[in-house]
Design a protein around this ligand. Structure first.
Ligand SMILES: C[S@@+](CC[C@H](N)C(=O)[O-])C[C@H]1O[C@@H](n2cnc3c(N)ncnc32)[C@H](O)[C@@H]1O
Length: 219
């Protein structure tokens, strides 16, 4: 058997054993990753019924589904992905690359003069296997999220972003620390223990004119 077939078979085996995959199927949810967001939301109270929320890397849409179950007012939730996302009631889906400035402008235009309360990102850059390139791509993605927050997040706003253990994590965390009062590292239970992924939760955005050199409390 080719190694690709073996990897594929192992993936199918893991998926069928995975408690969260089974639970998502039973509940008719779009992806197991919803359990990560649900846990962080439960612990830290991210989403309010009147929140304006942007979900970056939203396909297939389980995070958007959760957000839309709390935010009842249509037009307050925008999901962005380069892949197609099946339509969801109360959610504006924008298909495109978040790194493209035209896509970021579309998101901001959607909200007009209103600022965003919560930016979620479950995006991960495609891995090339070349360490230096992968680290640079991870940094580029986070820098883009940070500058998007700088331009459109409300003072006191929140960001939750997926990152990976690695050389650039300390720098990324410190960049968030310069813009948010508190930065918390979260590894939700549904995040596979062997995965290097974790989430940075930035609370209390200093605001567009806020302090940018103050160091935050980093937990
Ligand atoms: C783990 S999936 C997200 C799952 C989603 N949170 C859910 O619960 O359904 C990550 C997504 O990020 C998207 N993505 C990665 N980089 C992106 C980029 N630069 N622009 C837009 N989408 C991106 C991928 O296409 C992929 O669909």
């Amino acid at each position: 058997m080719s190694s690709r077939k073996k990897r594929c078979r192992n993936w199918v085996k893991r998926q069928s054993r995975d408690l969260y995959v089974r639970q998502a199927r039973t509940l008719g949810l779009r992806a197991r990753s919803v359990f990560k967001l649900r846990e962080v939301d439960r612990r830290y109270g991210l989403i309010r019924p009147d929140s304006r929320v942007v979900d970056l890397g939203c396909a297939p849409g389980s995070w958007c589904e959760h957000v839309a179950s709390v935010v009842r007012d249509p037009g307050r939730v925008v999901g962005v992905d380069q892949l197609e996302t099946r339509p969801l009631e109360g959610v504006r889906i924008i298909q495109g690359d978040f790194l493209d400035p035209a896509i970021q402008a579309m998101i901001r235009n959607h909200f007009g003069d209103e600022l965003i309360d919560l930016v979620l990102s479950d995006m991960a850059p495609n891995l090339t296997g070349i360490h230096v390139t992968d680290q640079a791509n991870a940094r580029k993605l986070q820098n883009s999220i940070l500058s998007f927050c700088r331009a459109g997040l409300s003072a006191g706003g929140t960001v939750l972003t997926k990152v990976f253990e690695g050389d650039s994590l300390a720098e990324i965390r410190s960049d968030y620390g310069n813009m948010f009062s508190r930065v918390i590292s979260v590894k939700p239970e549904a995040s596979r223990s062997r995965s290097r992924e974790l989430y940075l939760l930035g609370k209390g955005f200093h605001g567009r004119t806020g302090r940018t050199t103050r160091s935050a409390k980093v937990c």
